[in-house]
Write a protein that binds this ligand. Structure first.
Ligand SMILES: *[C@@H]1O[C@H](CO)[C@@H](O)[C@H](O)[C@H]1NC(C)=O
Ligand SMILES: *[C@@H]1O[C@H](CO)[C@@H](O)[C@H](O)[C@H]1NC(C)=O
Ligand SMILES: *[C@@H]1O[C@H](CO)[C@@H](O)[C@H](O)[C@H]1NC(C)=O
Ligand SMILES: *[C@@H]1O[C@H](CO)[C@@H](O)[C@H](O)[C@H]1NC(C)=O
Ligand SMILES: *[C@@H]1O[C@H](CO)[C@@H](O)[C@H](O)[C@H]1NC(C)=O
Ligand SMILES: *[C@@H]1O[C@H](CO)[C@@H](O)[C@H](O)[C@H]1NC(C)=O
Length: 375
């Protein structure tokens, strides 16, 4: 009787833990799927911070704000401003490194022709709490009940700041899930076109090598690295056709303001007519997906890892990996990472479509979502 009761209790608490997995999202901009995939998988988003990186800080916050507005979630998902610059890297050192060792093509917020698309008065976010502090508070708040996963898909600066202020972050969080950490890309870069060089360049880590080294070598319970795998999931005509068929027509997608995210996936609807930027891999979304559905990872490799922080190195800001027995033992701090090699691709595309055809506008009110009327 007693054991039956405690079994029941155990089962109940397992269910409630499973239902309340939590994530803090840190990124240098946001696409809807990075918010919606976790929510769809029952993961609560406890906060989001947006940082400088591929976009300026104001444009990154605006991207987060626009997604929250689009889905009517500003009232229940707090938005913060994360790092506005790397720890040590500056625009000058970034440009100088490119001259010394070759250009990464994509320079994000450091691009010479970068211009802000937004101004600060166009965005609404929590101005009282810096992103790193919000991240620490979220991790501390749930450490004993539902440890928070940290999703970091831009520079690792905000995570590094949080670790510096509160080193226990690593052990109290459920784990760190990053986008970045490509390996073996030198040949692809040498023989590739500009867009292939861009796709094979680890901008997230090279924009802030020191921040990345701090984040990737902390003693996380789990450190999942979405590098190469994120390049293997890409748009295709087949995917466009499925989305267009479900919507009824391309016009039905373009006519509907709720379908902004779908518009940004299909563009012209014709793969051959879409430009390079419109056919980029589903990078950050892939990490959101395997973080939410770890059971759909089909291959991964455990490695010791570190980030090259020698400025006078062609690999400054690149991930270095070793088998545990052969990793550096002194001088360079190393972390324990799991490189994700593959996931169930078909489930990724299926989930993407399902998620974007849900009506999310009542989420803050009811805590749930429903299929969009008519679909
Ligand atoms: C970075 O440096 C480039 C090249 O010197 C310059 O064109 C650009 O305006 C700078 N960007 C920022 C954000 O300072
Ligand atoms: C990583 O990507 C590069 C470039 O596409 C490829 O040559 C290499 O084989 C990949 N390695 C792994 C382990 O996926
Ligand atoms: C990596 O794993 C080894 C072996 O379990 C452990 O001794 C070491 O402390 C871990 N390092 C980090 C940074 O977690
Ligand atoms: C798209 O909008 C136009 C103009 O409002 C309308 O004539 C057309 O029927 C709409 N098409 C679809 C498929 O909703
Ligand atoms: C990686 O290490 C974890 C424990 O740290 C273990 O559960 C997992 O099975 C390992 N994965 C592989 C592919 O060896
Ligand atoms: C937006 O969310 C608010 C607060 O949760 C809710 O009361 C309202 O009905 C939602 N608006 C729409 C258009 O769904």
């Amino acid at each position: 009787m007693v054991s039956f009761k405690s079994l029941l209790l155990a089962a109940t608490s397992l269910v409630s833990i499973a239902q309340s997995r939590k994530v803090f999202i840190e990124n240098d901009g946001l696409e809807a799927l990075q918010l919606l995939i976790p929510l769809y998988g029952g993961v609560e988003v406890v906060g989001m911070s947006m940082s400088f990186g591929s976009y300026s800080a104001v444009d990154a916050v605006a991207a987060g704000y626009n997604v929250l507005k689009e889905y009517n979630m500003t009232s229940c998902i707090p938005l913060y401003l994360g790092a506005q610059q790397p720890l040590l890297q500056t625009n000058d050192t970034f440009q100088m490194h490119s001259q010394l060792f070759g250009a990464p093509v994509w320079e994000g917020g450091f691009s010479p022709d970068y211009e802000d698309s937004y101004t600060w008065d166009e965005v609404d976010y929590d101005q009282d709490t810096p992103g790193a502090i919000a991240l620490i508070e979220a991790v501390k708040k749930y450490k004993d009940t539902d440890p928070v996963m940290i999703f970091a898909a831009g520079m690792m600066t905000t995570v590094a700041q949080a670790l510096s202020i509160y080193p226990k972050l690593a052990e109290e969080a459920a784990g760190l899930y990053i986008m970045g950490g490509y390996i073996d890309t030198q040949y692809a870069q040498a023989v590739g076109t500009a867009i292939q060089v861009d796709i094979n360049t680890d901008i997230n880590l090279i924009q802030d090598p020191e921040g990345a080294q701090i984040a990737l070598t902390a003693p996380w319970k789990e450190l999942y690295i979405g590098g190469n795998v994120t390049n293997y999931l890409v748009p295709s005509q087949e995917l466009y056709n499925r989305i267009i068929a479900k919507a009824g027509s391309l016009e039905a997608i373009n006519n509907n303001t709720y379908f902004t995210a779908l518009q940004d996936i299909v563009y012209t609807g014709n793969y051959a007519e879409n430009n390079d930027q419109e056919t980029l891999p589903f990078w950050d979304d892939v990490v959101s997906f395997f973080m939410t559905y770890p059971e759909l990872i089909t291959s991964s490799t455990n490695v010791s890892c570190a980030v090259d922080t020698s400025f006078y190195s062609p690999f400054y800001g690149n991930l270095r990996i070793w088998g545990a027995d052969f990793a550096p033992t002194a001088g360079v701090k190393v972390g324990n990472g799991t490189l994700v090699n593959s996931i169930v691709d078909s489930q990724f595309y299926d989930t993407m479509i399902e998620v974007l055809f849900q009506d999310w506008t009542q989420y803050c009110h009811t805590g749930t979502y429903a299929p969009l009327a008519g679909y």
